[in-house]
Design a protein around this ligand. Structure first.
Ligand SMILES: Nc1ncnc2c1ncn2[C@@H]1O[C@H](COP(=O)(O)OP(=O)(O)OP(=O)(O)O)[C@@H](O)[C@H]1O
Ligand SMILES: [Mg+2]
Length: 267
């Protein structure tokens, strides 16, 4: 469903992505962890072309993202229309919820499906009601974002992204800005989406979540994939010094327990 080939990206002289490649099948969940500044957000933003990339290729469901690739490594930027069409298939949720404050929850959710997918108001309202039920917020449909907790706003943001019926969902540290007691309710929604077979790319510092929900895990450092594998395996037995050090820091912060790698979340 997603294919990233040898992705490279610099900001000025700073090389932020240095040959990142991975593939993700339909219905699979890829979690990405790594230190601050390692390029996680930039990589995610390239996947729906919020960020242009310097070289490499990104494909979603068989369609090239951002460029049309020709012979001998040539490429041509796609039309804005083509890019917009691709973006409609890729839901993205950020740390900051970015809901429209002067619009109700309902309006926040139906705006894009009505404008971009040409749904009627009635169809869109039914869809919004269905999605709000899924994220456990049926009673908030007419509420304004400012009246909701951070966790509730983030769940609305997820419902809003889902309203476009995306082929893939991208999550960039969606729980990092939340009070600790609100993190669980958002992770639960994501867990449920994973179980329903949504293809997801998740950047997260919630290591237990990454291990339990992810089918595959990438450890990114300095714009490269330093280690990858099944989450439970590589987090329990990290091979590289860099991943070992990364995990150690989580333990020292009291965010992980156990003597090597990560012990089961339930313990
Ligand atoms: N628009 C930009 N212009 C210049 N430099 C940028 C820009 N966006 C990101 N960078 C730089 O690129 C590097 C990677 O940033 P990125 O946000 O992808 O890291 P990250 O892994 O998501 O970090 P964090 O865990 O802190 O969110 C950083 O050094 C950052 O300062
Ligand atoms: Mg980031």
């Amino acid at each position: 469903m997603i294919e990233v080939k040898n992705l490279e990206k610099s900001f000025g002289t700073l090389k932020v992505l240095n040959g990142v490649s991975f593939e993700l099948d339909r219905g699979q969940v890829l979690t990405i962890v790594g230190p601050s500044g390692s390029g996680k957000s930039t990589m995610l933003r390239c996947v729906n072309f919020l960020e242009e990339y310097d070289s490499g290729e990104i494909w979603i469901d068989g369609e090239a993202v951002g460029y049309t690739f020709g012979e001998n490594g040539t490429r041509k930027r796609q039309s804005e229309r083509q890019i917009a069409r691709m973006r409609a298939d890729v839901g993205i949720v950020f740390q900051s919820f970015n809901l429209f404050p002067h619009r109700s929850v309902l309006d926040n959710i139906i705006m894009a499906p009505v404008n971009v997918r040409n749904l009627s108001k009635n169809e869109a309202r039914d869809l919004a009601a269905e999605l709000l039920e899924k994220v456990g917020l049926s009673d908030k449909i007419n509420e304004y974002p400012s009246k909701l907790s951070g966790g509730q706003q983030q769940r609305v943001a997820i419902a809003r992204a889902l309203a476009m019926k995306p082929k893939v969902m991208l999550f960039d540290e969606v729980t990092s800005a939340l009070d600790p007691e609100l993190v669980g309710e958002v992770l639960e929604v994501m867990r449920q989406l994973a179980e329903e077979g949504m293809t997801m790319l998740i950047v997260s510092h919630e290591m237990h979540f990454a291990r339990d929900v992810g089918d595959w895990l990438l450890f990114l450092d300095e714009g490269r994939i330093v280690e990858e594998g099944r989450p439970a395996e590589i987090l329990t037995n990290p091979e590289t010094e860099r991943l070992q050090a990364f995990i150690r820091r989580f333990k020292q912060a009291g965010l992980l327990s156990g003597s090597d790698g990560i012990q089961a979340a339930s313990t």
